[in-house]
Write a protein that binds this ligand. Structure first.
Ligand code: SAM
Length: 258
């Protein structure tokens, strides 16, 4: 663990975090769990900063024994005042980092012959929801998470929402036209669709979900091979987006699909 930084180093550190937040190549890891998953899944972590070396060591011993040394030996110790200058959000775990984003070749994701389903989110609006989807997709073994619309999936808030599991599977924003280049079956999830039967889902399916407020667009429904619904008790209009993705992926996994 390095000792507390001097004033000039603190100013340089602040500039590094400002740069990382604007960069399309870098991502800020806000908190212990994003940092833990980034290291565990082999991210190139460029900076680790903490306000409490003992707490970081304790968290690492408890939740990340496999990468404890990587995490604690490189961490730079700073005062609370310097830590607060590193961004708008102060992680309660007292640790923050910078890593290189992973690039994603969308064509090779779509061409991948393996059976794992790919999750497609149409214009998701909520950064935390997008992060929660990436987290459950990584856990359930999905092949990738792609999204259309203007949300950058590598935004720090989204990476916090995924607990850093962006590093466990390909994640990218795509143009909706990219779907025209693939022969994967496309299933659109919509509360008005036919009942979802995971046992009948073909391999390599794209499971597509609509945006939080407006649901699936007409274009997505028209392009889909099938429109399916998850069962809900009468009176309930819809599931939260990330809950719908979780239900779909886990029912598929438990039914024996990939
Ligand atoms: C919050 S919902 C959108 C609700 C929107 N008002 C609508 O009517 O579709 C976000 C997305 O989650 C998925 N979803 C939510 N509940 C679902 C269900 N019971 N069956 C299938 N998909 C569902 C759909 O893809 C939906 O577009």
């Amino acid at each position: 663990m390095s000792t507390t930084v001097l004033r000039a180093q603190a100013a340089q550190l602040t500039r590094s975090f400002q740069h990382a937040r604007r960069s399309q190549e870098l991502v800020v890891l806000e908190g212990f769990h994003p940092l833990k998953h980034a290291l565990r899944f082999g991210a190139q972590v460029e900076q680790i900063v903490t306000v409490d070396a003992e707490e970081l060591n304790g968290l690492a011993e408890r939740y990340a024994a496999d990468i404890r040394e990587q995490m604690t030996e490189r961490a730079l110790l700073v005062s609370r005042r310097v830590f607060r200058q590193l961004g708008p959000y102060e992680p309660h775990t007292g640790v923050i980092g910078i890593a290189a984003r992973l690039s994603c070749d969308v064509k090779s994701v779509l061409d991948d012959a393996r059976a794992s389903p790919v999750v497609l989110l149409e214009d998701p609006r909520h950064r935390g929801n997008l992060g929660a989807v990436i987290r459950v997709a990584a856990a359930a073994g999905a092949g990738a998470v792609l999204n259309t619309g203007d949300q950058d999936p590598w935004n720090a808030v989204t990476v916090r929402g995924s607990a850093g599991l962006h590093f466990a599977l390909p994640v990218a924003r795509i143009d909706a036209n990219a779907l025209e280049q693939t022969n994967r079956p496309l299933l659109a999830f919509d509360p008005a669709g036919r009942p979802w039967c995971p046992a009948r889902v073909p391999g390599r399916a794209i499971l597509a979900f609509g945006s939080e407020r407006v649901g699936c667009s007409r274009e997505l429904i028209a392009r889909a091979d099938e429109c399916v619904s998850l069962p809900m008790r009468e009176g309930v209009s819809s599931l939260n987006l990330a809950s719908a993705v979780a239900a779909a992926l886990y029912s598929l996994r438990l039914a024996g699909g990939e």
